[in-house]
Design a protein around this ligand. Structure first.
Ligand SMILES: NC(=O)c1ccc[n+]([C@@H]2O[C@H](COP(=O)([O-])OP(=O)(O)OC[C@H]3O[C@@H](n4cnc5c(N)ncnc54)[C@H](OP(=O)(O)O)[C@@H]3O)[C@@H](O)[C@H]2O)c1
Length: 335
C-alpha cells in the first residue's frame, strides 16, 4: 500500500503520521507533500527520514490513498485530479456538502462508503465529528428532534500558526507588552472570541452553519441544530455544551450506558470536584469524552451534555485514518 499525505508539515498532517505509526497498516511507500517552502525538509516516520516533496509536481498514480490536509483551496485545485488515479480522503471543508461525496465518521455512518462516486471521501469539521459520535447512539434509541450547541474550540482548530500566536501573545501579555492579532479578530490570550470562520448573511458564522449542515448529512436530515462557535485560549481539544430534545423519553442510566458502550466514546461523569473531562485530559486521546450528563427539566425529554475531544484526532487525523482502515478492510479503494 502506497500512501501520500498532502499538508504533511501541518497540524493535521503530522497527526496523521502519528496515528499511522500506531496502527497496523502496512505502508510500502510514503510520500509527504507540502508547499514549495517546505520542499527538502525531513520528517521522521517509523525511525526513517522522509523528505518533503512538492505537491505541484506529484504523480498521484503512485499511491492508493492520498490524505489531503492543506486547506480547501488546495483540495479544490488538486483533489479531483488526484482522485482520477487514487482514493482521496479530504480533511478540508471543500467537498463535505457535495452530494456525490460521502461525509464520514466511521462509527456513525460507514455504510455511506457504499456510495463513493468521485473517489473522494470527506472528513467532517472537527466540532461536528465529536458531536455526531456522541449523538449517534442516543439518536438510535431516543430520536433527536433538536440540538442547541455552544462550542469552546481550541486554537489548533485553525492550524499551527494560531497555536504559535496564542503562545506568543500570552508571553507578551505576561510581560506587559503590546499584543497584535494576526490569526484572530481580537486578542486571544486571556480572552474568548465568539467568531470562527466568516460571517454569513443571516448572522451565523460558516463554522456554525457547518455544524448544522454536516450533522444533518451524517446523522439525519430531520434533526434541527443551532450552534454558537467560540474560540478559547486553549491549545488542543474542543469542548461542547449540548442541549438535546428527544422524541422519546429516556433515563440517565440508559444514556450513560449507551454512550459508554459506543465505540469511540467514554463517559466521565461523577458529580464530584473534577469528576468531568477537560481539554488537557482529552489531548492525545482517541476517545470522545462525555461529562455533566443531566436532564433538562425545562423541556419534555431534554438532556444536557458536555463533550470534549482532541480536535486533531477525532476531528481530523484519527477519523481520516479510520476511514482508510474501513476502505482497506473492505478492499474498497481505487476505481
Ligand atoms: N486543525 C483541526 O482541528 C482540523 C480539523 C479538521 C479539519 N481540518 C482541516 O485540515 C486542513 C489542514 O489543517 P491544519 O490545522 O493542519 O493546518 P496547518 O497546520 O496550517 O497546515 C497546513 C498544511 O498545508 C500545507 N500547505 C499550505 N499551502 C500549500 C500549498 N500551496 N501546497 C501544498 N501544501 C500547502 C502546509 O505546508 P507548508 O508547511 O509547506 O506551508 C501545511 O502542511 C484544513 O483544511 C483544515 O480545515 C483541521
Amino acid at each position: 500500500m502506497n500512501i501520500a499525505i498532502v499538508g504533511a508539515t501541518g497540524n493535521v498532517g503530522r497527526k496523521i503520521l502519528e496515528v499511522l505509526e500506531k496502527k497496523e497498516l502496512s505502508i510500502d511507500n510514503l510520500y509527504l507533500l507540502a508547499s514549495s517552502k517546505s520542499v527538502g525538509k525531513k520528517i521522521s516516520f517509523k525511525n526513517k527520514d522522509y523528505t518533503i516533496s512538492n505537491l505541484e509536481s506529484f504523480d498521484f498514480s503512485k499511491v492508493k490513498i492520498a490524505f489531503f490536509s492543506a486547506g480547501g483551496k488546495i483540495s479544490e485545485k488538486f483533489a479531483d485530479k488526484a482522485a482520477k488515479s487514487c482514493l482521496v480522503i479530504d480533511n478540508s471543508s471543500y467537498y463535505r456538502m457535495d452530494p456525490d461525496v460521502p461525509l464520514i465518521v466511521p462509527q456513525v455512518n460507514s455504510d455511506a462508503l457504499n456510495n463513493i462516486k468521485k473517489n473522494i471521501i470527506a472528513n467532517p469539521n472537527c466540532s461536528t465529528a465529536q458531536l455526531v459520535i456522541a449523538l449517534k447512539p442516543l439518536h438510535d434509541l431516543f430520536t433527536i428532534k433538536r440540538i442547541v450547541v455552544s462550542t469552546y474550540q481550541s486554537v489548533s482548530g485553525g492550524g499551527k500558526a494560531p497555536m504559535d500566536e496564542l503562545i506568543d501573545q500570552t508571553k507578551l501579555v505576561l510581560n506587559n507588552k503590546k499584543v497584535e492579532s494576526k490569526n484572530f479578530t481580537k486578542q486571544i490570550a486571556f480572552n474568548v472570541i465568539p467568531h470562527i470562520d466568516v460571517f454569513s448573511e443571516n448572522g451565523y458564522t460558516k463554522e456554525e452553519l457547518k455544524m448544522t449542515n454536516e450533522t444533518k448529512k451524517i446523522l439525519d436530515e430531520k434533526i434541527s441544530l443551532t450552534a454558537t462557535c467560540v474560540r478559547i485560549p486553549v491549545l488542543i481539544s474542543h469542548c461542547e455544551s449540548v442541549n438535546i430534545e428527544f422524541e422519546k423519553p429516556f433515563s440517565l442510566e440508559e444514556v450513560k450506558k449507551v454512550l459508554d458502550n459506543f465505540e469511540g466514546c467514554k463517559v466521565i461523569d461523577e458529580r464530584i470536584d473534577g469528576g468531568y473531562s477537560t481539554p488537557l485530559e482529552a489531548e492525545g486521546r482517541d476517545e470522545t469524552f462525555i461529562s455533566r450528563i443531566r436532564e433538562d427539566k425545562t423541556l419534555k425529554n431534554g438532556l444536557n451534555l458536555w463533550i470534549v475531544s482532541d480536535n486533531l484526532l477525532r476531528g481530523a487525523a484519527l477519523n481520516a485514518v479510520e476511514i482508510a482502515e474501513v476502505l482497506i478492510k473492505n478492499n474498497f479503494y481505487g476505481k
